[in-house]
Design a protein around this ligand. Structure first.
Ligand SMILES: C[S@@+](CC[C@H](N)C(=O)[O-])C[C@H]1O[C@@H](n2cnc3c(N)ncnc32)[C@H](O)[C@@H]1O
Length: 365
């Protein structure tokens, strides 16, 4: 099965759902709000001969729950504020909510009533736009703002990490780790470069002249792709999976051959791909750090495991089976609780934020 068929966030609004574990991403959205506001408002200073009548906004990998609704609210409020300042008429706003077909669009759409309640006097519309952001999604020159939070670091496929003889090179791990050989890091970086470049290449014809993209990726702070704060989650899950192997609940071969289709880039890696791909100029770029330990976003191990589970469970359960998921996350919580006592857990959440403007000399055939 392809990654696009198995990546989605936990559905519905139950205990382990993505909807119920919105806390951390909402903090990321709040922290990056000023950059989104600025990008939205800069749409009103471009070369448009008349004020925009309709603003088309895409949210790539929107998932479901309070986060995409909060992102919509930020866009609406930014436009209201700018139009108030300029004394111009409010445009209509059309949101195109993109995700893979496995996303729980029904729960997402049910939540739209929250936005409806808040902005009764604004003319806005929303539609689902299913498909992969690694391919074309929208008509040419149609999008004024493309926004994406915590999505475009998902890869189109897991990197192939085997020796020439076809043997797994990342045994006992499911992501890059301190002990992974250099080939693992190279394979991940190469897959990220290919995929992120395709996100840019496919968006560039879709953006209207002067259109902006605001991309927020889960990244890392240093040049080292195995820095603790980003590998911690996957090392923890690999340790819990190894325990399930030792209990005979899953095959060792299944663990050794599995790698998550996910990459935490550094700001420098993101900028390098943007420059090389060439369709956009970078108006803003930054690394944003959130403290998540102790009294911050995840004050207890149980909460933190729910935060991990809601986005990692679908890919893990596809590989290892739904029946072992409770045991896996129970074991992970046990290890995490021990790490909390010893102060060994990750304490930072890192985001890379870029605001991009489509280059004006682009022509499309
Ligand atoms: C962690 S969620 C982020 C959701 C939301 N933007 C937020 O801020 O909470 C990542 C989302 O990206 C989606 N995704 C991953 N790969 C994708 C792809 N190739 N095309 C479209 N969506 C994708 C996943 O299905 C998931 O819903």
């Amino acid at each position: 099965m392809e990654v696009k068929d198995i990546v989605f966030m936990n559905k519905g609004d139950g205990e382990n759902s993505y909807v119920k574990s919105a806390g951390l991403t909402l903090k990321v959205i709040a922290k990056t709000q000023p950059m989104v506001q600025k990008a939205v408002q800069s749409l009103f200073k471009g070369t448009h001969s008349a004020p925009l009548q309709v603003v088309n906004v895409a949210d790539l990998g929107c998932a479901l729950g309070p986060q995409p609704l909060e992102s919509m609210s930020i866009v609406i409020e930014s436009i209201v504020e700018k139009c108030g300042e300029l004394g111009c008429e409010m445009p209509e706003i059309q949101f195109h909510l993109n995700d893979l077909a496995g996303n729980d669009f029904n729960t997402l759409f049910k939540g739209l009533s929250v936005v409806q309640e808040k902005y009764k006097n604004v003319s806005w519309f929303a539609m689902g736009a299913p498909g992969s952001f690694h391919g074309r999604l929208f008509p040419r020159n149609s999008m004024h703002l493309v926004h994406s939070c915590y999505s475009v670091h998902w890869l189109s496929k897991a990197p192939k990490i085997t020796s020439e003889e076809g043997l797994p090179l990342n045994k006992g791990k499911i992501y890059m780790s301190k002990t992974s050989p250099p080939a693992v890091k190279e394979a991940y970086l190469s897959q990220f470069e290919e995929d992120f470049s395709s996100v840019l290449r496919f968006r560039s014809p879709e953006l209207a002249p002067d259109g902006r993209m605001v991309l927020i990726l889960n990244g890392r702070q240093s040049a080292d792709p195995t820095e603790k704060d980003i590998c911690y989650l996957w090392d923890l899950l690999a340790e819990a999976l190894s325990y399930l192997v030792s209990e005979g609940l899953i095959d060792e071969e299944k663990l050794d051959s599995f790698n998550v289709p996910y990459y935490n880039p550094s700001q420098e890696e993101v900028e390098r791909v943007i420059d090389k791909e060439g369709s956009f100029t970078t108006e803003f770029s930054d690394t944003v750090v959130l403290e998540i330990g102790g009294k911050n976003a995840w004050s207890d191990p149980g909460l933190r495991i729910k935060g991990y589970r809601c986005f990692s469970e679908p890919v893990l359960s596809h590989q290892f089976g739904e029946e072992v998921m409770d045991k896996l996350f129970d074991k992970a919580e046990e290890i995490l609780a021990e790490d909390y006592k010893q102060g060994k857990e990750a304490t930072k959440n890192i985001s890379i934020v870029v605001v991009l403007k489509k280059k004006t000399n682009q022509t499309w055939t």
